[in-house]
Design a protein around this ligand. Structure first.
Ligand code: UDP
Length: 253
């Protein structure tokens, strides 16, 4: 089941439901995109029709954060709970280790994806890491072989394609990671690709996640703001997002 929130299709699933959907995607062998949608991106999509279209072309969209869960409730079409990028990634990695799915980690600063992979393999014995690649490569449209030095976006796509993973986690920050996946989905040929924001930094131990009590009180966003004050500017869209949702719900009645 799915709902419509400010023009975006959002799946009304919990974590277990999302893992089941991904399992079905892997079984088909065809490329799928998973998006964990947060209010910042949904707000931005109101001004960027291409971004909204991209969200609506994804195969699974979960409510990432309490802001989306709240908005769904205000709109009269509740979703069961939030399914964040890092929670879904960890649940999928656990399933991957059991099912022998190959995973690929793309993104974050040099060394971070490797360290995240090492820690995941420690935690989930048997996990097959098909490859890792940092996220500071030259973006398209740099033509392949155009005399550029360093890794280009084309090299990265080729590297992933050759590694033949079942799951691709992309940590380039939203919405760049979502655009990367959508742009290269067919060329990559990976059954499931999803953006995970700063998750590699957390898994590699570079950034701490908010304490569990804060997560339970739905204050994870506050924890992040306290740790990374530079985020305050990005968070200014949250009241605007809330106002938009509330106004739309009132006008719709
Ligand atoms: N990042 C990257 N390449 C870039 C810019 C950022 O790999 O050109 C990585 C960055 O190192 C970090 C992640 O993308 O690991 C973004 O994390 P953030 O928490 O900002 O994600 P968001 O909340 O924006 O989705």
């Amino acid at each position: 089941m799915h709902i419509n929130l400010l023009g975006a299709r959002v799946d009304a699933v919990d974590l277990a439901g999302a893992v089941e959907k991904v399992t079905a995607f892997v079984a088909t062998g065809r490329p799928h995109q998973v998006i964990t949608l947060n209010p910042e991106i949904l707000y931005r999509a109101q001004q960027e029709p291409e971004l909204l279209a991209l969200i609506n072309q994804a195969d699974l969209v979960t409510a990432d954060g309490i802001g989306i869960v709240w908005a769904a409730g205000v709109a009269g079409t509740p979703v069961p709970c939030r399914v964040t990028g890092i929670d879904l990634m960890l649940a999928l990695v656990e399933r991957a280790a059991r099912e022998r799915w190959r995973i690929f980690l793309l993104g974050a600063a040099p060394g971070v994806a490797e360290e995240a992979a090492r820690r995941l393999q420690e935690k989930y014995p048997g996990l097959v890491v098909a490859g890792t690649q940092h996220g500071y490569f030259k973006p398209a449209p740099v033509a392949a072989g155009a005399g550029e030095t360093g890794v280009t976006e084309w090299d990265v796509v080729e590297q992933i394609r050759a590694a033949k993973p079942d799951l691709l986690f992309v940590a380039l920050g939203a919405p760049r990671q979502e655009k990367f996946i959508a742009r290269h989905k067919q060329a990559l040929g990976v059954p499931v690709a999803m953006g995970v924001g700063g998750s590699f930094d957390v898994i590699a131990g570079r950034v701490a996640r908010a304490p569990v009590w804060m997560q339970r009180l739905h204050l994870e966003w506050l924890g992040r703001l306290l740790r990374e004050p530079r985020r305050w500017r990005r968070m200014l869209v949250l009241p605007r997002f809330a106002w938009l949702v509330w106004r739309k719900a009132r006008l719709g009645k």
